[in-house]
Design a protein around this ligand. Sequence first.
Ligand SMILES: NC(=O)C1=CN([C@@H]2O[C@H](COP(=O)(O)OP(=O)(O)OC[C@H]3O[C@@H](n4cnc5c(N)ncnc54)[C@H](OP(=O)(O)O)[C@@H]3O)[C@@H](O)[C@H]2O)C=CC1
Ligand SMILES: O=C1OC[C@@H](O)[C@H](O)[C@H]1O
Length: 393
Amino acid sequence: MALVIQAYTFMYQYANSWLHTASKKQPGALKMGVLSAAQINPAAAIHPAETHPGVILYAIASRDESTAKSTARKYNFQKHYGSYEALLADPEVDFVYISTPNGLHYEWASKAVKAGKHVLLEKPFTSNAKEAEAIVREAEEAGKVLMEAFHWQFHPAAHLWRSLLESGKYGQIVSTDAKMTASPGVPHGDIRWQFDLAGGSMMDATYALSFTRYALRAGVPEKILSAVARPYDKDERVDAAMTATMLFNTPGGQTVHSRVYTDIARSWVGGLIPRIWELPQIEVETEKAVILFYNAMMPHLYHYIAITDKSSGQTEYKKQYAGGPIWDNVETSTGKGGESFWSTYRYQLEAFVSKLQGKEPACWVTGEESINQMKTIDQIYQAAGLPLRPGKV
Ligand SMILES: NC(=O)C1=CN([C@@H]2O[C@H](COP(=O)(O)OP(=O)(O)OC[C@H]3O[C@@H](n4cnc5c(N)ncnc54)[C@H](OP(=O)(O)O)[C@@H]3O)[C@@H](O)[C@H]2O)C=CC1
Ligand SMILES: O=C1OC[C@@H](O)[C@H](O)[C@H]1O
C-alpha cells in the first residue's frame, strides 16, 4: 500500500509540474546560459526557468555543436553554442548553470566568474576542499554570485523539518542516521564511476551528508570515528558505497553521533527486487522522539516527516509543499509562499534570482557551507584509506 500511495503522489506532483509551464517574462529578465547538455538539465534548470518570470532560457552550450542545436530547439533556447568557451564569451549571458561532471565543476565555474557570469553550480560543489576554497575566493574577487545547487535545502519540507528539530519540543538531538542509495545501481560507464571526473558514492549521494550537516547546522566533524568503503570492482579508488560514523559539535554545544551511508550500487532483495522504496532519508533521534524525514532529496515528489514519541510509541506525520517556516511570508515571483507544485529546483531558482536582483534570498547555501561539506568528504575519504578526488588547484 505504501508503494501505491508513493506512486500516486509521484504522478500527482509530476502532472502539476507539467501543467504549469511557460510564464510571461518580466522586462529585464535574466538571461540564463547552461553549460553542458546533461540529463539533469530539464529538471534542475530548464523547467524551473520556464515558470520563473524573471528568467529567460537564453543559451545552451555543448561540446558537440549538433547536440547544442537540437537541445536548444527542443527547449526553446534562443541561442546555442558548440563550446562552453563560446557561451561564456557571450556578453548577454547573466548567469550560468553548470552541470558538467563533478571533476569539471571547478574549472568551468572558475572560467565563468572570470568571464563575468554569476554561477549556479551543481553538487557536489567541486572535486575536493582545495578547489572549493579556491572557487569561493575567485567568485568573491570577481564580485560574482556563486552557489552550490543543493536544491533540497530550498524546499518548504526541509524548513519544516529543521524547525521541528529546533523547536525544543523533542529535546536535544542525540544522533542522526542518513542514507542515500541507488537500486537499480548506476550503470557502468556513467560519470559517477570515473575517478578522474571525481566520481564515487560519497560524491554523488552527498545529500546524505548534507541532510546531516543541515540538521545540526554543523561545520566539519569533530572526529571521524570510522569510514568504510566498498570499492568499485573496476577501480578501487572509487567507492561504490561508503559508511561513515562521525561526531559533530552543534552550535548549541551538543555532541552528536552521526552515521552516513551512501551506495550507488545497492544490492537487490534476494538478488531479484531493486529497493525502489529506499528513498534518500534521515532519521534523527532526539531525547524524546525519533524523527524520520523520508525522501528528503526530492520532497516535491513525495515526502513525510514521521515523529515517533519515545515514551508513547505513537507516530505523528507532517508534510509541507509550499509556504512553511521560511517561505510563508516571502513575496515570490508568483505570489506569497511559493506554489505547491514547485520542485526543490524551482524554489532554489527563486532564491538564486532574488539574490541576483539584489534582494535578500529566502534561503541560501553559503560558500562556507560548501567548503565545509567538501572538507568533510575529503576527511571521510582519508579515513577510509581512499585518495582524495583529483583537482585542478
Ligand atoms: N541536482 C540534482 O538533482 C542532480 C545533480 N546532478 C549533478 O549534475 C552533474 C551532471 O550529472 P548528469 O546529468 O547525470 O550527467 P550527464 O552524464 O548526463 O551529463 C554530463 C554532461 O557533462 C558534459 N561533459 C563535459 N565533459 C565531459 C566529460 N569529460 N565526460 C562526460 N561528460 C562531459 C557533457 O555535456 P556535453 O557533451 O553536452 O558538453 C555531458 O552531457 C553532476 O555533477 C551530478 O552530480 C546529477 C543528477 C541530479
Ligand atoms: O544529484 C543527484 O540526484 C539524483 C541521483 O539519483 C543522482 O545520482 C545524483 O547525481
